[in-house]
Design a protein around this ligand. Sequence first.
Ligand SMILES: Cc1cc2nc3c(=O)[nH]c(=O)nc-3n(C[C@H](O)[C@H](O)[C@H](O)COP(=O)(O)OP(=O)(O)OC[C@H]3O[C@@H](n4cnc5c(N)ncnc54)[C@H](O)[C@@H]3O)c2cc1C
Length: 384
Amino acid sequence: MTNLSLFRESTRSWLADNCPKSMREPMLEKDICRGGRNHIFQSNDQKIWLDRMASKGWTAPTWPIEFGGAGLCKEQAKVLREELIAIEARPPVSGMGISMIGPAILEFGSETLKKQHLPAMARGEIRWCQGYSEPNSGSDLAGLQTKAENFGDHLIVNGQKVWTSYGDDADWMFCLVRTNTDVGKHSGISLVLFDMETKGVTTRPIQLISGTSQFCETYLDDVRVEIDQIVGEIDAGWTVAKYLLTHEREALGKMGSSPVERSIKEQAITCLDLTNGRLNDEVIRKELIDWEIDYFCHQLTSERVNAEIASSGVGNTSAMLKYYGTELNKRKYELLISIHGSESMHWEDNPVSRQWLRSKGNSIEGGTSEIQLNIIAKRILGLG
Ligand SMILES: Cc1cc2nc3c(=O)[nH]c(=O)nc-3n(C[C@H](O)[C@H](O)[C@H](O)COP(=O)(O)OP(=O)(O)OC[C@H]3O[C@@H](n4cnc5c(N)ncnc54)[C@H](O)[C@@H]3O)c2cc1C
C-alpha cells in the first residue's frame, strides 16, 4: 500500500470517528461557522467539529505545523478534501482568514506576523475582513486614496473603504493603504493589518436587496497601525494584494460546487412532476442537464489546473476559474428559481429567493466578470 493510500485510510477512519453526524447534514448560509471573538456556536457539535479539526491542523492542512496547520503536501490535502466531500462534511470554519490573508502572510509576512496571526486563524479564533474597495476604486483598485502617514514605529491611516463584507462582525481587517504618493499608481501601496476595535475605526452596514446586511462602509479616522503590521515591504503592497486576490478568486471559482447543499437534481425531483423517474418539464430537464455537464467540465478543469500548478508551480488561471465558477453559480440559482416556481417567493420559509438575489453579486465581488475577461485576454490568451 502506498503512503498516500495509507493516509487515505487513516483519514477516513479518523473522520468517521470524529465528524459529528449533524456536521454532515446539508447547510444554509446561517449554518456557516465563520469563527471569531464574537462567534456564537449554533450547537455543541459545531464547536466540537471546529476544535477537533483545528487540533489536527486540518482547518489549514498545508500550513506548517508551527503555524497551526498540519504540514500536508498538496496530494495529501487533496485526499483530505476528497474524504471530507465523501462524507458531506461541513467546513469546520470559513472566512477570509484561512482562504485569503493567511496565505498572503505565509508568503510575504514576517515571522512575527506569522506567529501572531496564523495559529489563531487556524483555530477560528479571529475573523477577518477585507479593506480593498473604496468609493472611487473598485475595478481600478490601484487608484485607492486611503492614506497612511509614516511616523517611524507606526502609521496613521485616514480614508474610507466600502463593500467591506462582514465589516461589523470582523475582529481584524487587512487593508490596502497608500504609503507613498510620489511614485507611480501601483507603487506606494502597502497592505496593513489592524484590529477593528482600534480607535478611529467605524463601520456602517449597507442594506441589501436580499433583506440582510452583509457589508459595510468602513471609516478610518486617524487609525494607528503599528509598523510591524505591514505584510511584506512598505510601499510594495501591490504584489501582496494581487497574490491575495488570486486566492480570493480561486475560492470564489469553487462556487456552484458546494458539496454540502442538496443537489439541483434532488431539488427538482422533490418539487416537480415525474413520469417513470424522468422530469415531465422538458425545458427544465434540458437546462438541468446542460448545467450538470458544464458543472462537471468546470470541476475537471479545476482539477487539471490544480495539477498543473502542483507540478509546474505556476498558474495564471484564477481569473478563468473565478469567471466561470461564479457565472455557473448564478445560472444554478436561476434554475432553482424555475424549479421551485412560485414556492421560491415564500421569502421567509424558502431560502432560494434570497440565495438567488445574493448570487447576483458573485460576478462583481473579488473583481467583476468584465475585469476577469480582460485578465484572461491579456495574461492567458496573450491578446494585446
Ligand atoms: C457581494 C460583494 C462582496 C464584496 N466584498 C468586498 C469586501 O469584503 N472588501 C472589499 O474591499 N470589496 C468588496 N466588494 C467590492 C468589489 O470588489 C467591487 O464591487 C468590485 O471590484 C467592482 O468595483 P466597483 O463596485 O467599484 O465597480 P466599478 O469598478 O465602478 O465597475 C462598474 C462597472 O464597470 C465595469 N468596468 C470597470 N472597469 C472596466 C474595464 N477596465 N473594462 C471593462 N469593464 C470595466 C465593471 O465590470 C462594472 O460592470 C464586494 C462586492 C460584492 C458585490
